[in-house]
Design a protein around this ligand. Structure first.
Ligand code: FAD
Length: 356
């Protein structure tokens, strides 16, 4: 086997491509990752919150009882490989916006949701925030450090000559047969696309029901705010590097470009002024598109018509928790032909994909 005769060519090193390349590398497969260094991608600007509950109705997140312990183990293991601590527990304190939301949270915590608790010292929060309808705690929540993971895993791959930093050029790809592709001077058994939002323009997968949306975040100094919780109201405030906080985000479905917008910044600053009792200073502003989809379930597996071509994408708002789990599942499928969860397997879109 020559140096360029490999098992898997992976396109994209966001959270999906990072974990997929990690598991395939650990399984002693020959891999090459191609990633174009972009300043803003979904993973680069994500806050990294792994939250077991979702939405205003605070329902438990899909598969969360499996995904939470898996994520803890996955980030801890990858962290050891790159000498970094990538995950910590950081519970969410939710400030209810009205009586109805307060009741929804309290009813669920009593009845059915083991992750919802009443926080220990609500009065202390009055030093930092204006609020009128109580506070609930989601416990445990995890915080994963996306930026350290991306840069640490990128350096690991570069040191082993396993990463090519360039834009993947689809015109140079040839599918030889069901188990072989060539790209420039590389021959691989399979090519796996982990290309995030570019999946919506990828000729193999663009017919999948992507429903991309834009998110934005501000980075701020809030010198006197405690750093042991994530605070959530209309905005979420997340402890960030050094003495900074990540503040976001919104879900915008109609937008003309993916750049940071003055509208978001102004609205977020007004909300912060009403909510926070402390002074703050905005030091940065980011935006990126999320590779979301209509069903809110990831796209995982091999193309039904082109089995040399695979995908790990469609992570939507939950890539930090879903990507490690489904990267593992895809790795096992590729190596041992084990099944992929049918709700995530792209085989569910065979008819749509046969139109490509
Ligand atoms: C503001 C915001 C906050 C978020 N917060 C959270 C959170 O707290 N928790 C959570 O679970 N999720 C969060 N998300 C969602 C999460 O970020 C995404 O689900 C996840 O990052 C998607 O990862 P990915 O690897 O699939 O895609 P991406 O991160 O987009 O990575 C794709 C990679 O492929 C590369 N690429 C694409 N095309 C090519 C090409 N042709 N050639 C070379 N390289 C290419 C890109 O440069 C990129 O590096 C957030 C998203 C946003 C926008």
């Amino acid at each position: 086997m020559s140096k360029n005769d490999i098992d898997y060519l992976i396109i994209g090193q966001g959270i999906s491509g990072s974990f997929l390349s990690y598991y395939l590398y650990k399984a002693e497969k020959n891999i090459i990752v191609i990633d174009e260094a972009k300043p803003f991608t979904a993973t680069k600007i994500a806050s990294g919150v792994i939250n077991p509950v979702t939405g205003r109705r605070v329902v438990q997140t899909w598969l969360i009882d499996d995904i939470m312990p898996f994520a803890w183990q996955a980030y801890t293991e990858l962290g050891k490989e790159i000498n970094a601590n990538l995950i910590s527990q950081c519970n969410v304190l939710s400030f209810h916006g009205n009586e109805q939301m307060q009741r929804a949270f309290e009813d669920r915590s009593i009845d059915e949701n083991k992750y919802l608790k009443k926080p220990a010292n609500i009065d202390a929060l009055k030093n930092y925030f204006n609020f009128y309808f109580g506070v609930g705690e989601t416990n445990p929540c995890y915080l994963a450090d996306m930026q350290t993971l991306l840069s640490g895993w990128k350096n690991f791959l570069l040191n082993k000559n396993l990463l090519i930093e360039e834009k993947f050029d689809a015109t140079k790809l040839t599918i030889q047969n069901t188990n072989s592709i060539t790209y420039k001077n590389i021959t691989a058994q399979k090519i796996i696309f982990c290309d995030g939002i570019e999946g919506t323009r990828n000729s193999f997968f663009q017919l999948l029901p992507f429903a991309k949306n834009k998110g934005e975040a501000l980075i701020a100094e809030i010198p006197d705010l405690p750093r042991n919780n994530i605070f959530k109201q209309n905005l979420t405030i997340v402890p960030w590097k050094e003495n900074l906080f990540w503040i976001g985000s919104q879900y915008e479905w109609n937008y003309s470009d993916a750049n940071p917008s003055a509208t978001f910044k102004l609205k977020a600053m007004m909300q912060l002024q009403q909510w926070l009792k402390l002074p703050f200073k905005i030091v940065d502003h980011w935006a990126a598109e999320r590779p979301a989809n209509i069903e809110r379930r990831p796209f995982v597996g091999l193309h039904p018509q082109q089995p040399a071509v695979g995908i790990l994408n469609g992570m939507g708002t939950k890539g930090c928790s879903l990507a490690p789990y489904f990267a593992w599942e895809l790795t096992q499928h590729l190596i041992n032909q084990t099944p992929i969860n049918p709700l995530a397997n792209i085989a569910r879109f065979s008819t749509i994909l046969s139109r490509n």
